[in-house]
Design a protein around this ligand. Structure first.
Ligand code: ZN
Length: 617
């Protein structure tokens, strides 16, 4: 178990400006000495998420989430403590120091981090092939410039690459870099037969003879590729006929959680510069190339709620540029309720009555001027919905109008705010040529039929506030043990791995910190505990704990019980996931049953190991 030196953690927090880390995820504006923005932990429309760069803390006054730079990375990227510190260190070039003999071994290097590293290397590898003096590179450059009419600069900017029609050495490169077998099986860049031993021979490249566009997450890390078919795509490519092939889903690439180009578009989107949602990744690149920097695209799948919530973190205005055909309209009507529910302001771009437009060709031929024209012909959410549901209201029968208005009420019900609902109903009534009061009455009836009068309160926190200590957690009890029975600190520190502790909670964070001190024989004693505390919440919690007598008599029993609880909380979800993977195992799964069974027995053995501090105290 790698343990990072506490001095190194302290140093990292001093050197890294928390605002630099948070602003990758949240758009922050100055508010006095602090900064604020929309909270990434709960859904809100006015910013209550505050960051104090001097103190190195953030706090949301809406949902109570608070913490330091490490907590933030842990919470927003679902990383463990060690992984989070490593990730920050890497981003800001701070060297991470480990306790002696505890540095990360190959097995312990985080699988997620390996996946990121593999993709970064693969992107570079494909890009070098693209630029290089070789037939694949020459062909793809010609395709990019002559056929697609993109510039060489754009290829550089987005690190466009090329996969050769035959094995081009990526597997060999990754094996040489000693990535773990688990990571190579998981990364999605190869076909590997499940039972095959992992050798160079068994790594069959998934992408061959294709133009490679790296897909980045909202933080700009390469997590997957979209691969365009070309004349070089070999006949035996299992997906030969597919124009575009995306990487399969992996732990770092979940299609419904990610929007193409959001990493760049989010810095350009602001008041008056809405996001522009296009259908394909190359459409987004085309927009970028003509200077429309806010274009984003899904990954060849329908838009999901998660994507829209992610979008909303940065900016609330979105313009949709969907195909004007029936499929495009259907997609738009599926998209609208989700967008309204997420609190997005949606408009639909259109050239006004013209036939099917291809964004790629349109922007290629007419550049940014085409965007201005599209904006002029754009429709509001309601206007668009009404037009799709009832294209010719002036000729419609009462029955047709009633069916269309029912479809509309389904949309309006997704809107959270009553004021907006009412405005939408008024607008819709005008479009459908019915009286507003009639539509309002219909809506009331519609709601009562659905039992929808009592809606969930808006902006409910998703997770319990991180700075309110829950007195029923094992972390809380162990903190109590450390403070009142200081001789137990050292034995606890040696028996309790850091990553069993939930540092998303104030008690967990303090426990982590205290155990590090015990471990290093640096514990200052509870009289001098102030030097270990970092904010008023922590001081308040410790003050209460010290003031009260512990509510138990036998600290050893409490400590043992706490250890056991933390261990099961750490391992049992993993065990359940393995059971689930085993139950759902099918031939093209990423992992094979043998290694799942092996993992299972390792975890089961861990869970059976006796945990008792009596001998150590
Ligand atoms: Zn919040």
């Amino acid at each position: 178990m790698p343990v990072i030196k506490p001095t190194c953690v302290r140093d990292l927090k001093l050197r890294v400006n928390i605002a630099d880390v948070i602003s990758r995820v949240v758009t922050l504006r100055k508010a006095g000495a602090r900064m604020k923005g929309l909270c990434p932990f709960h859904n809100e429309k006015t910013p209550s998420f505050h960051v104090d760069p001097d103190k190195g803390f953030y706090k949301c006054f809406g949902c109570g989430q608070a913490g330091d730079v490490i907590t933030f990375v842990r919470e927003t990227e679902q990383l463990g403590f060690t992984e989070a510190v490593e990730a920050i260190g890497q981003r800001f070039s701070v060297e991470i120091e480990y306790e002696q003999g505890s540095g990360p071994s190959r097995e312990e290097r985080s699988l997620r981090q390996e996946n990121f590293d593999i993709h970064e290397l693969a992107a570079e590898h494909y890009h070098q092939t693209y630029r290089g003096d070789n037939p694949t590179g020459e062909y793809m450059r010609r395709y990019w410039i002559e056929e697609r009419q993109f510039t060489p600069e754009l290829a550089e900017e987005f690190k466009v690459g090329a996969a050769a029609p035959t094995d081009d050495g990526l597997g060999a490169l990754l094996l040489k870099r000693k990535f773990s077998e688990a990571a190579l099986r998981q990364c999605g860049l190869f076909y590997i037969r499940d039972h095959a031993a992992l050798t160079l021979h068994s790594l069959r490249p998934r992408f061959r003879g294709r133009l490679m566009i790296p897909i980045r997450d909202h933080q700009g890390r390469v997590v997957a590729f979209t691969a365009r078919q070309s004349d070089l795509t070999p006949q035996d490519d299992p997906a030969r006929e597919a124009k575009y092939v995306n990487s399969p889903e992996t732990p770092i690439f979940i299609k419904g959680n990610l929007l193409f180009n959001l990493d760049r578009a989010r810095t350009a989107a602001k008041e008056g510069h809405p996001f522009v949602l296009v259908e394909g990744q190359l459409d987004a690149l085309r927009c970028w190339s003509v200077g429309l920097k806010t274009a984003i695209a899904p990954q060849g799948t329908s838009i999901t709620e998660t994507q829209l919530v992610l979008l909303r973190r940065y900016h609330t205005q979105v313009e949709c540029f969907f195909d004007s055909d029936t499929a495009g309209q259907k997609a738009a009507l599926r998209f609208l309720p989700m967008a309204l529910k997420a609190g997005l302001e949606v408009r639909f771009l259109s050239l006004g009555g013209q036939e099917k437009v291809d964004p790629d060709i349109l922007f290629l031929q007419r550049g940014l001027a085409a965007y201005e024209e599209l904006q002029k012909g754009s429709l509001s959410a309601m206007a668009y919905a009404c037009q799709s549901l009832l294209p010719e209201p002036e000729k419609a029968s009462a029955e047709q109008k009633s069916r269309a208005s029912h479809g509309l009420l389904e949309l309006v019900v997704a809107i959270e705010s009553d004021v907006s609902r009412s405005e939408f109903l008024n607008e819709a009534a005008t479009h459908l040529r019915i009286t507003p009061s009639g539509l309002h009455t219909d809506f009331e009836r519609f709601l009562s039929n659905r039992g929808q009068y009592t809606r969930k309160p808006e902006e409910a926190p998703l997770t319990p506030p991180a700075n309110v200590a829950d007195k029923d957690t094992p972390e809380f009890h162990l903190l109590m043990v450390c403070l009142h029975y200081e001789s137990m600190g050292k034995p606890l520190a040696t028996h309790l791995p850091h990553d069993w502790i939930d540092a998303g909670n104030i008690a967990g964070r303090l426990l982590n910190r205290f155990l590090s001190e015990f471990e290093q024989d640096n514990w200052p004693g509870k009289e001098h505990i102030g030097e270990l505390l970092e904010n008023p919440e922590e001081e308040a919690l410790i003050a209460t704990l010290l003031f009260d007598n512990p509510p138990f008599e036998d600290p050893l029993k409490v400590a043992n019980e706490g250890l056991r609880l933390l261990r099961s909380r750490f391992y049992e979800p993993r065990l359940r996931q393995i059971e689930l993977d085993l139950a759902n195992y099918h031939a093209d799964s990423n992992s094979d049953p043998i290694s799942l069974l092996k993992d299972r027995s390792v975890i089961q053995r861990q869970l059976r190991q006796p945990l008792d501090l009596s001998a150590a105290v």
